[in-house]
Design a protein around this ligand. Structure first.
Ligand code: 5GP
Length: 177
């Protein structure tokens, strides 16, 4: 696959769609096992996690629910550090088994600031599923319970992830050159 240009930057292929598909299936299988007999509530974080959440959820075979929330903490290729809730949560989390679905954990700031809001509602359990994780960028301690890929600290796009609005529709994951 050739390199691509998005806005002013060049990106090279990094993770293929079949590698993503395989990992997403593995995560779903693990969740199906871990939550057998329960009814987990997935909370997908928009916009970036929409594609991962959709593919993951399609592979969930136990009873499960999904809800979407929107937090904005990223502008361009550098985190602003601000976390803004734009779409609120419409499900009561009390005594629910909650699985947060993220596209990528970078500094960990987003989830670090958001998790206490969820914990406040006293869910029965609270776990994190993230497609990607950049451990070298992590500033806040976070346990990712279900992880697709550990990646280096380089900006990536594709499979739901954007660079200034573009690139979300790419089936593969591309890395900034
Ligand atoms: P954190 O709060 O962990 O630093 O960042 C989490 C959010 O930043 C992600 O949900 C994602 O929206 C954005 N982000 C972090 N790294 C990248 C990246 O490499 N590419 C893109 N497109 N977004 C990123």
């Amino acid at each position: 696959m050739p390199a691509i240009t998005v806005h002013d930057k060049e990106f090279i292929p990094y993770i293929t769609s079949s590698q993503i598909e395989e990992q997403v299936k593995k995560i779903a299988e693990q969740i199906n096992k871990d939550y057998a007999g329960k009814r987990p509530l997935f909370i997908a974080i928009l916009n970036g996690a929409f594609m991962f959440a959709s593919d993951l959820f399609k592979n969930i075979t136990i009873d499960a629910e999904i809800s979407f929330i929107k937090l904005a903490s990223y502008k361009g290729i550098k985190s602003t550090g601000k976390v803004i809730t734009a779409i609120g949560l419409d499900v009561d989390l009390h005594q629910r088994d909650v699985i947060i679905v993220e596209d990528i954990v970078d500094t960990g700031k987003t989830l670090f600031h958001f998790l206490p809001q969820l914990e406040h509602q006293q869910p029965a359990s609270l776990k994190i599923a993230s497609l990607l994780h950049k451990p070298d960028a992590l500033l806040h301690p976070l346990k990712i319970d279900y992880l697709g890929f550990t990646i280096p600290n380089k900006f990536v796009i594709g499979y739901g992830l954007d660079y200034d609005g573009l690139g979300r529709n790419i089936k593969e994951i591309y890395q900034l050159v």
